[in-house]
Design a binder for this molecule. Structure first.
Ligand SMILES: NC(=O)C1=CN([C@@H]2O[C@H](COP(=O)(O)OP(=O)(O)OC[C@H]3O[C@@H](n4cnc5c(N)ncnc54)[C@H](O)[C@@H]3O)[C@@H](O)[C@H]2O)C=CC1
Ligand SMILES: O=C(O)CCC(=O)C(=O)O
Length: 444
């Protein structure tokens, strides 16, 4: 049996009931076959893949808090410190009822290669809780965040592990967590990113993941002879990534016609009104049903359906496995030319293969959405320097990083005989640096 197959089998056996983690490991290891075969003796001797797929540390803890009725609620908190070969653990915190250890491990594993691709010195980690911030009062969210950080603060620090936002964790949650960290640990340091501008946040971090997605998509299209201007784009989600992806796509001359949330989706024939979407989602924290009440050109549909809309470019920006084989077939039948993942692993393995076989340009999340964590690393740099850079300066660095990521994965795919396969390219480019650093640091 090949080394890759052996390790995939081992991961499935040692991590039962964690399908998302198995999926992420399979996707990465399968696409690394060419590099691994070249270096098999060394990697086997080092047990490199076994170590890579096993987190350095997994934390699971109780998070008790008191709701507005005076009842005690108990959630579970997680932090998976997956790999610190190239820098301190770095990755977001997801607050969503679906969170479990398998989901946090898949996200942490992806983060290792994504962070490596940015070219910046950040290792891979991820955390979160099954707490649902939706429908909670600000005081309840604060009570949860303070309790969560009371435990987590023992294990993180500006040079150790630097969490950030993800689904359900935005500026409000980061603020409450930062306050509690500072209060308990007594240090004012860049322990979290995505902070508010008044206490060490970076300009352009809010926009970074969505903008970065479009910078990379633009470069990918251009290098394949397409122009984004005039194209019709379908976006899923209506959170942080989706909103700024829609905004930048429209700035680049495309027309974005959809957005979605966990209950339904909207089609707007005149193009999504981003200001209205921001007001509803960021200010009022309301449902998408509100959008169609104020926008005559839009219709609301219950359930899934964004990928049934005819589009040239699809940008899944909501959550994992939201674009399946049937969706991929519909996109191909509708002559879609590109799919770029704003979310983490939104496309199933079967759907990815189908899109690639049918010559749809496919940019995997670990490359396409890396602008968020890259800008977080720029926030860490500013915090260390005790300086704040201008919006244009950060945005320009972000753009250069995304263009560099595209060419890095494009070159790696070519070098290993898989031209145009950006999944292979991204995984190989991300992996090589981490593997080299792990080997250099010995058996740890
Ligand atoms: N915020 C960031 O900087 C980064 C986020 N990501 C990924 O992007 C995705 C979106 O994250 P954010 O926009 O930050 O979160 P968010 O909480 O701001 O928005 C999430 C959006 O997805 C929708 N959603 C969640 N679960 C859903 C489901 N089961 N079906 C349909 N819609 C669903 C929500 O309604 C919301 O519109 C996630 O996969 C996240 O891991 C990736 C890189 C960086
Ligand atoms: O900004 C960060 O540190 C994390 C972003 C993140 O969670 C992700 O890239 O999925």
């Amino acid at each position: 049996m090949s080394y890759v197959d052996e390790v995939i089998e081992l991961v499935v056996k040692q991590n039962p009931g964690e399908p998302e983690f198995h999926q992420a490991v399979k996707e990465v290891l399968e696409s690394l076959r060419a590099v691994i075969e070249q270096n098999e003796a060394l990697y086997r001797k080092e047990a490199l893949l076994e170590r890579l797929c096993n987190p350095e540390r997994q934390l699971k803890f109780r998070v008790p808090w008191v709701d507005d009725k005076g009842n005690v609620q108990v959630n579970t908190g997680y932090r998976v410190q997956f790999n610190s070969a190239i820098g301190p653990y770095k990755g977001g915190l997801r607050l969503h009822p679906s969170v479990n250890i398998g989901i946090i491990k898949f996200l942490g594993f992806e983060q290792i290669f994504k962070n490596s691709l940015t070219g910046l010195p950040i290792g891979g980690g991820k955390g979160g809780s099954d707490f649902n911030p939706k429908g909670k009062s600000d005081r309840e969210v604060m009570a949860f965040c303070q309790s969560f950080m009371t435990e987590l603060c023992k294990f993180i620090g500006a040079d150790t592990d630097v969490p950030a936002g993800d689904i359900g964790t935005g500026a409000r949650e980061i603020g409450y967590m930062f306050g509690q960290y500072k209060r308990i640990r007594g240090v004012y340091e860049g322990v979290l990113t995505g902070k508010g501008l008044s206490y060490g946040g970076s300009l352009a971090r809010t926009e970074a993941t969505g903008y970065g997605l479009l910078y990379l998509t633009h470069e990918m299209l251009q290098c394949n002879g397409f122009d984004i201007a005039g194209k019709t784009v379908a976006v899923s989600g209506s959170g942080n990534v989706a909103i700024y992806a829609i905004q930048k796509a429209q700035e680049l001359g495309a027309k974005v016609v959809t957005a979605s949330d966990s209950t339904g989706w909207v089609y707007d024939s005149e193009g999504i009104d981003v200001s209205l979407l921001k007001e509803i989602k960021e200010v009022r924290r309301d449902r998408l049903t509100e959008y169609v009440k104020e926008r005559k050109s839009a219709q609301y549909h219950e359930g899934k359906g964004v990928w049934s809309v005819k589009c040239d470019i699809a940008l899944p920006c909501a959550t994992q496995n939201e674009l399946d084989l049937e969706d991929a077939k519909t996109l191909v039948a509708n002559s879609c030319i590109a799919v770029a993942e704003g979310a983490n692993m939104p496309t199933t393995l079967e759907a990815t293969e189908y899109l690639q076989k049918n010559k749809v340009l496919f940019a995997p999340g670990k490359a396409a959405n890396a602008g968020g964590v890259a800008t977080s690393a720029l926030e860490m740099t500013q915090n260390s320097e005790r300086l704040s850079w201008k919006f244009e300066e950060v945005d320009d660095k972000l753009k250069q990083i995304m263009i560099h990521i595209f060419h890095n994965m494009d070159d790696a795919a070519k070098e290993y005989g898989a031209e145009g396969n950006y999944v292979v390219g991204a995984n190989i480019a991300g992996f090589k640096k981490v593997a080299e650093a792990m080997i250099a640091q010995g058996i740890i």
